[in-house]
Design a protein around this ligand. Structure first.
Ligand code: HEM
Length: 522
């Protein structure tokens, strides 16, 4: 009996303690004007729920609080924005104090001159320097021929082998960038660079624990080794009388180049170029192969487009700019792949000052926002399952309010303008937009034709490549790489998936044991 009493007392004590802790944490962040939402546990916030439940965490919070809510995830108080109009507003207003909010650990590993670490005029300058390396003229005259040559060699002799597409597309994204940057693809320097680069990538995705043996520490060492490799390449180039026609060559042409960068800036720009295009290009290519395998009628249409390009060419003739521009269906396949797989869940911003988030709205955005909320409200009313959830939620709300945990104004989902404190993160979560049936009818089907009918690419809600002043500068380069990869893959080969492939879609899209396919000649 005594043991039983002790267990009950400990149990009740734990409940009381947990409730007090949660309540204290909510009170800590209680401030008039903040969006509704919960902050979870001190320090950890709601990170575990977010990582465990993934997109469902976001859906549940939206059902409760609307598409603009507060939380505490990945170590920071964060406001999650899932509304397309608000998302655009946030991305368009960097100058009002909504700057990139990537974790400090990532910025440290990528370098202090990395494009995501700089703002204002420095960002404009670094972005200008980067854009000058991948302008449409350079893409056409220098980069497309390099990509074409690279893809031919990378995709040779895959027939009659089991190929891990995930591994091959990662190598492809990495070596293709290195060839464009410094003309190296299979030398020992390229291998050494790759070895260090893979460690650097792991570090940017790990917890910032600077202890021996951690991915974070290894990434710092890898960064230092990469800095040494690039510095060595620059020294060799300066000592040589030959000017190479690649990105490094352009950056070192001091007299002709409008953008004069220091060695440190050049090195960080090169790391930015390799890093930004690595996972995005490789994962989109891998997922395109997956969806094409699962949708033979799409593959047939894609193959038709590429065989028509090859029809008037000799077997080893490269694709031209005009060929690339004619790949309309391929472009649609790439967009549909990025949408359905959601390669990028969203982007992070942080506030440099306390700010009111409805201040800059035009009335149309505001009306769209409230109309969407009303529609969601109507949907909640229609769905009995959600209705019963709402009843439970109302009971919970009554309990919470009567205990004073959350102030009344936080629970009402009425939009009245929110105040975001200085230093808070804003997670511009674009994933849900990809599955919005109003924007993409039958959103879970893989239907590239939807991109051909209307010009969806120029719609304001199209944020697959970000938006505003940070719109992806590598968009055309990335599409060109994936298109060239698909060109040679579908015209040379057929493929069947092996058993045992497993894909996870959150927090990153990846094939946990690789995406193994058996390849045969066409
Ligand atoms: C399918 C391929 C790609 C996708 C889906 C993609 C997506 C994105 C997105 C969503 C952003 C916005 C980040 C933000 O707002 O914080 C971005 C920015 C960026 N991307 Fe890409 N990207 C792709 C390929 C590339 C490639 C090949 C490069 C190489 C040049 C590149 C370089 C960059 C850079 C440097 C930024 C930062 C721009 C800035 O801060 O001004 N991306 N990308």
């Amino acid at each position: 009996m005594a043991v039983f009493t002790v267990v009950i007392v400990v149990f009740l004590g734990l409940i009381g303690f947990s409730t007090a802790l949660l309540r204290w944490n909510e009170l800590r962040y209680r401030k008039k004007g903040l969006p509704p939402g919960t902050m979870g546990w001190p320090i950890f916030g709601e990170t575990t729920d977010f990582l465990k439940q993934g997109p469902n965490f976001m859906k549940n919070q939206t059902a409760r609080y609307g598409s603009f809510f507060k939380s505490h995830i990945l170590g920071c108080p964060t406001v999650v924005s899932m509304d397309p109009e608000l998302n655009r507003f946030i991305l368009m207003n960097e100058s009002k104090g909504l700057v990139p909010g990537y974790p400090q650990s990532m910025l440290d590993i990528l370098g202090k001159c990395n494009i995501a670490a700089v703002h204002g005029s420095t960002h404009k300058y670094m972005r200008g320097a980067l854009l000058s390396l991948i302008s449409p003229t350079i893409l056409r005259s220098h980069i497309l021929p390099k990509i074409d040559e690279f893809m031919r060699s990378h995709l040779s002799n895959w027939q009659d082998h089991v190929i891990d597409i995930q591994e091959k597309t990662k190598e492809m994204a990495f070596f293709s960038s290195l060839k464009q940057i410094a003309g190296i693809e299979s030398s020992s320097i390229a291998q050494e660079f790759m070895h260090e680069f893979f460690k650097l990538v792991l570090g940017t995705l790990s917890l910032p624990i600077d202890l021996p043996g951690t991915n974070y520490r290894r990434a710092f060492q890898a960064r230092q080794n990469i800095v040494n490799i690039v510095a060595r390449l620059m020294e060799e180039r300066r000592a040589s009388t030959v000017t190479e026609e690649d990105m490094l060559g352009c950056l070192l042409k001091e007299e002709e180049n409008k953008y004069k960068l220091t060695d440190e800036e050049i090195i960080d720009l090169i790391i930015t170029l390799v890093y930004s295009g690595y996972e995005t290009v490789s994962t989109t290519s891998m997922m395109a192969v997956k969806y094409l395998h699962d949708h033979p009628h799409v593959l047939q249409e894609l193959r038709k487009e590429h065989l028509a390009i090859r029809e008037n060419k000799k077997p080893d003739e490269p694709i031209t700019w005009e060929d690339y521009k004619s790949m309309r269906f391929t472009r649609a396949v790439i967009f549909e792949t990025s949408r359905l797989a959601t390669i990028v869940n969203g982007v992070l911003r942080k506030t440099t000052q306390e700010m009111e988030i409805n201040g800059g709205f035009d009335i149309n955005s505001f009306m769209l926002f409230t109309e969407r909320e009303r529609e969601r409200e109507r949907e909640r009313e229609r769905s009995p399952k959600i209705y019963s959830f709402c009843c439970l939620y109302a009971i919970w709300t009554f309990w919470v309010v009567s205990n004073g945990i959350i102030a009344n104004e936080e629970i009402c989902i009425e939009f009245s303008g929110f105040v975001i404190p200085k230093g808070w993160r804003i997670y511009v979560y674009t994933r849900e937009v990809n599955y919005d049936p109003y924007l993409y009818p039958d959103p879970l089907s893989f239907n590239p034709w939807r991109w051909m009918e209307k010009n969806l690419e120029s719609q304001p809600h199209f944020l697959i490549f970000g938006g505003g002043t940070r719109l992806c500068p590598g968009k055309e380069l990335g599409i060109m790489e994936i298109s060239t990869f698909l060109h040679y893959f579908v015209t040379k080969y057929r493929w069947e998936e092996e058993e045992g492939n497993k894909l996870v879609k959150f927090p990153r899209v990846q094939a946990t044991n690789g995406l193994r396919v058996r390849v045969s000649s066409c």
